[in-house]
Write a new protein. Structure first.
Length: 75
């Protein structure tokens, strides 16, 4: 059974390094390392609203990027 998300986790969650900080272009079939370094402040343990949290799940969605067709301009 999934527990409902606890929005109170956000103040305790800090990303130090993330692949999402900079735009990255990938070729079809390309494999790359995508670093993610974060910490959760220990003060979360003193927050009664977060007392029953056992897991924190991060989710990222990757989107295809389509270039607009090039147009030629005649002057």
């Amino acid at each position: 059974m999934l527990k409902p998300p606890c929005p109170q986790v956000a103040p305790y969650f800090s990303k130090v390094e993330c692949f999402c900080f900079e735009e990255q272009k990938l070729l079809a079939g390309e494999e790359v390392d995508m670093p993610l370094l974060f910490f959760i402040d220990k003060d979360i343990l003193d927050d009664p609203a977060c007392r029953n949290i056992d897991d924190v799940v991060l989710s990222y969605t990757f989107f295809r990027f389509a270039l607009a067709p090039l147009t030629s301009h005649r002057y």
